[in-house]
Design a protein around this ligand. Structure first.
Ligand code: SAM
Length: 240
């Protein structure tokens, strides 16, 4: 990450919608420093320094944008905590020009960070709620394509993908996602309902699945996910 220098406390900044708010630069720098101490790579820190999380959270949560916790975004869903975004991006190891699929657009923040990492590549992201997809579309950079649908089916028209990120927890790896991952590709996803674990899946001559710790995500609701009827898919304040 480039050292952004001394923070300018209290500086007014202009948001995407043109409204003036107080700058959160000191909070952003302090959060990035704590992520750096946790071992997050310079590349990911730099991308997270560029994408302003306050542009992706609802107005009422603006001042909390750099608290390292998930925040509500409507429809019972959340924008993931920054440390979780950082850990997932590092595991995914997005290279420049990668073709990336994200399942679970939410606010669009994670997709925007992926877009920074892929540079001139494209990030396709799928959200099941039309309202969240519409709002995300207004915020994301031009190399992010937001669609609405059941992301557990993947996005066959744009496959294969170098990288796939799933930001909601599935019962098992959705077969269409594995089929749409390129040879040599990587997928990061949480698996499980109550007790969840974050996995890195690598597709080489064989499929490897590596566990990376306990997590708590909202559930993937869809054909290869959980059923909404059983209360799946709603966040509480502890879900990423
Ligand atoms: N990446 C998001 C961000 O940066 O704000 C956070 C995503 S939130 C933790 C998980 C999202 O997955 C929710 O918005 C939820 O509606 C969505 N989701 C759940 N099941 C889905 C499915 N089958 N297809 C697409 N999106 C789904």
């Amino acid at each position: 990450m480039n050292d952004p220098g001394q923070p300018t406390a209290g500086l007014a900044s202009r948001r995407l919608d043109g409204k003036q708010t107080m700058s959160l630069e000191p909070e952003r720098i302090s959060l990035l420093q704590s992520l750096k101490r946790r071992g997050i790579s310079e590349r990911v820190l730099s991308a997270m320094n560029t994408v302003k999380r306050e542009d992706y959270v609802p107005d009422k949560w603006h001042d909390y944008a750099y608290h390292d916790e998930p925040l509500p975004i409507g429809n019972g869903q959340t924008i993931s905590a920054p440390h979780m975004v950082a850990i997932m991006c590092d595991l995914l190891s997005v290279e420049p020009s990668s073709n990336v699929l994200e399942v679970g657009t939410g606010s669009g923040y994670h997709a925007a960070v992926l877009a920074e990492l892929t540079g001139d590549g494209i990030v396709y992201t799928i959200e099941r709620f039309e309202r969240l997809a519409q709002e995300a579309r207004r915020r994301v950079p031009s190399n992010v394509i937001v669609t609405t649908g059941d992301g557990s089916l993947g996005f066959a028209e744009k496959a294969p993908f170098d990288r796939i990120l799933v930001t909601c927890s599935a019962p098992d790896i959705p077969p269409p996602l594995l089929a749409q991952l390129k040879g040599g590709g990587r997928m990061v996803l949480p698996l499980g309902r109550g007790l969840q674990e974050l996995y890195l899946v690598c597709k080489n001559h064989e499929i490897t699945k590596e566990a990376h710790g306990a997590v708590a995500f909202v559930l993937l609701v869809g054909k290869y996910g959980f059923s909404e009827a059983r209360g799946g898919g709603r966040a509480n304040r502890f879900r990423f």
